[in-house]
Design a protein. Structure first.
Lengths: 110, 572
């Protein structure tokens, strides 16, 4: 009986010590994970800033005009087509009703 | 073999043991009782670290979620001069990384202080370089820095945040209480190596970040507006320019551009003159654009109809010992033509027919002389004097846009009322405030300020203003395929030296809306001190057209010119 009591006492002491040591270990682990998270958040923010800067309209316009040779549509080149009210594919073709911009370019060019 | 200890020896051993325990006990009492308070403070100082935490400042996005302002943690470098062996050597070493001159760094490092900032809120890349070259007496801390990834885009609306993260201008300042993150001081435990252990309360949350703002601004419309305004200001060699695009049905601001622009990422070298939002802060004499509102008042009060005949006095009319001139000598013309031809004499006669009290009432009704209450800081109320302070010529002068100071935001709100069937809306720029999880905390809904004129009057004035574009002074504002209503204005500026109207300094402007039959955009263009031809119809109206054309296309607004599909396909 006495041996059992000593054994239980030792176990309790061991558990207490083990718990304290493990708390320290988990504490370090949490701190490391927090640090990792902060580093990842910084990387994410840095990428977000870069993405936003690269998608700025003036940069896109510059690339479109200087590198890709694109330009603003001329008068009449934009055609608005109403979508079908039933959601079906393609425009609602009714030439008398569909309002589209004139497709003539200035100077009679087409 | 040693025999049993003699009694004397046992006492000696016992005495030694007692002495030993006595010393330990004495030390224990000294440490735990007598020096307890002092040592506890010392231990806490070594084990604990007090840090000031601040949640990230909230983001600002446009109406489609495009990022306009956000925070990022960047490195700041400090020095501990008292811990340095050779300030000169350290300065030489750091200078190329920090982009600060060696002399400047050395001056800071030679100060008799325990802490000195060497460079704050640097680029992340600089921080990474510093991490690879650690040195005694130099430390790095991370601080939140505000980034405006689109550079100068929308700078006058966004404003900027200061070095310590507080909003100093624009939306950043107006919504400071929402944008800034939670500030908290917390105590952390650290081990012998300085690592944090057992953070106080493992469940403790990080300080809450600030709220995010969703603007009514459309990034693309803003870009188009800035680009066209910038080109117009450059072309006219003007001092500055202002343009506002508003949704007349809601009062939501779609774009607000000031030229010249500034980059909110680098404001240190700039002054208030550069970052001031002139669209709100600067009142100007509007000139002939005011005639649109005098016309609305006259029609509402049945003083005039579009067909009422008005004598143009052949371009010259004496009033109160002064003479009013028209740029075109007019005889008998309809009231609609008075507005379309921008006759000063016709407008003066209209104002006089209205009388000072009714004219004043409508000026107030359209919002002149009072703040629009837009949610941006620094708004001026403009200048509309009380009729009891008016002179003999005031009614005539005000009717043609003199003796009155208005801001561009007032003017575009007022034309928005005409476009909106006579109802004045409150302009606004922030549509939503969201928390860090994206939940909407506050939403701004369109707010009616008051009805100024009846829908019938608004329709009549719209027809007259369409005539300004089709047959009058605003021809260059015409957008192919769309009906446009608007009014030109060319106002002489007051010469600061003489106090009289300048013969060389003008403000050219155009205010209007499109499509006139279903208004989607109310816009104002103001060009300050254009050189050469300064007419509003010449310098401002073309900007209105170019912006209007691109924005209506962007918004997918159908043109008024129905053409059969067959024609369209022929062109391919």
């Amino acid at each position: 009986m006495r041996i059992l009591a000593v054994f239980v006492g030792l176990c309790l002491v061991f558990m207490f010590v083990w718990e304290r040591v493990d708390m320290v270990r988990v504490g370090y682990q949490i701190e490391r994970l927090k640090h990792d998270r902060v580093m990842l958040q910084r990387e994410r923010d840095e990428l977000q800033v870069k993405f936003s800067a690269l998608s700025a309209p003036d940069r896109i316009a510059k690339v479109a005009s200087e590198k890709l040779g694109m330009g603003l549509p001329q008068q009449g080149q934009v055609i608005m087509v109403q979508s079908r009210p039933d959601g079906g594919p393609g425009p609602q073709v009714a030439p008398g009703e569909v309002r589209v911009a004139k497709n003539d370019l200035p100077g009679g060019r087409r | 073999m040693a025999g049993p200890l003699s009694r004397g020896r046992r006492y000696v051993v016992l005495l030694l043991l007692l002495c030993g325990f006595g010393v330990v006990l004495f030390r224990l009492v000294t440490l735990q009782v007598l020096q307890a308070a002092e040592l506890t403070v010392k231990a806490d100082r070594q084990h604990q670290k007090t840090v000031s935490l601040e949640g990230a400042r909230g983001t600002i996005i446009d109406r489609h979620g495009k990022m306009l302002a956000m925070n990022m943690e960047v490195p700041s470098v400090f020095g501990v001069p008292t811990a340095l062996d050779s300030p000169a050597k350290t300065a030489r070493y750091l200078s190329p990384v920090l982009h600060v001159s060696t002399g400047e760094l050395e001056r800071k490092l030679r100060q008799d202080r325990g802490f000195v900032w060497l460079a704050r809120k640097m680029d992340p890349e600089q921080g990474r370089r510093l991490e690879r070259m650690p040195m005694d007496g130099i430390g790095v801390v991370m601080e939140g820095r505000r980034f405006y990834p689109k550079g100068p885009l929308l700078s006058h609306v966004l404003g900027f945040a200061g070095m310590d993260g507080e909003g100093l201008e624009g939306v950043e300042r107006r919504y400071e209480s929402h944008l800034h993150g939670e500030k908290r001081v917390t105590v952390l435990q650290r081990d012998a190596l300085g690592r944090t252990v057992f953070p106080k309360g493992l469940a403790e949350q990080n300080p809450a970040p600030g709220h995010s703002l969703v603007l009514t601004i459309d990034e693309v419309i803003q870009y188009i507006t800035e680009k066209e305004l910038e080109e117009a200001v450059t072309r006219a060699h003007a001092k500055s320019g202002t343009m506002i695009v508003l949704d007349p049905q809601t009062g939501a601001l779609l774009a607000l551009a000031i030229s010249p622009r500034f980059d909110p990422n680098a404001v240190a070298a700039l002054g208030p003159d550069r970052w001031r939002n002139r669209a709100l802060t600067d009142a100007y004499e509007p000139g002939s654009t005011m005639k649109a509102f005098v016309a609305a008042a006259a029609i509402e009060e049945r003083v005039m109809t579009p067909t009422t005949m008005v004598f143009g006095e052949n371009g010259r009319m004496a009033i109160a010992n002064t003479v009013i001139h028209d740029h075109e000598k007019l005889g008998w013309v309809t009231f609609a033509q008075v507005i379309q031809k921008s006759s000063n004499i016709g407008a003066a006669k209209t104002g006089m027919a209205l009388g000072d009290q009714r004219l004043y009432r409508y000026l107030q009704g359209f919002g002149f002389g009072q703040r629009t209450e837009i949610d941006l800081p620094g708004e001026a109320g403009g200048l509309v004097k009380n009729p009891r302070d008016w002179g003999r010529r005031s009614v005539a002068s005000i009717s043609m846009g003199q003796e009155i100071g208005v801001t561009p935001i007032q003017m575009v709100s007022a034309i928005g009322a005409i476009a909106n069937g006579g109802v004045l809306m409150k302009p606004y720029v922030v549509s939503e405030i969201r928390d860090a999880q994206g939940r909407v905390l506050k939403q701004t809904f369109p707010q009616v300020k008051r009805r100024v004129v009846s829908p019938e009057t608004a329709r009549t004035v719209t027809t007259i203003l369409e005539g300004v574009v089709t047959d009058g002074t605003g021809g260059k504002a015409a957008i192919p395929g769309f009906r446009v209503a608007g009014k030109t204005g060319t106002a002489q500026k007051i010469d600061a030296r003489t106090g009289a109207y300048s013969a060389t300094q003008f403000v050219g402007s155009f205010v209007g809306f499109a499509p006139a039959d279903n208004p989607r955009l109310a816009m104002i263009v103001v060009i300050d001190e254009p050189q050469g031809e300064a007419w509003g119809g010449t310098v401002a109206a073309p900007v209105f057209r170019r912006v209007g054309e691109q924005v209506l296309n962007y918004l997918g607004v159908s043109s008024n010119e129905p053409v059969k599909l067959a024609m369209a396909s022929e062109g391919r």
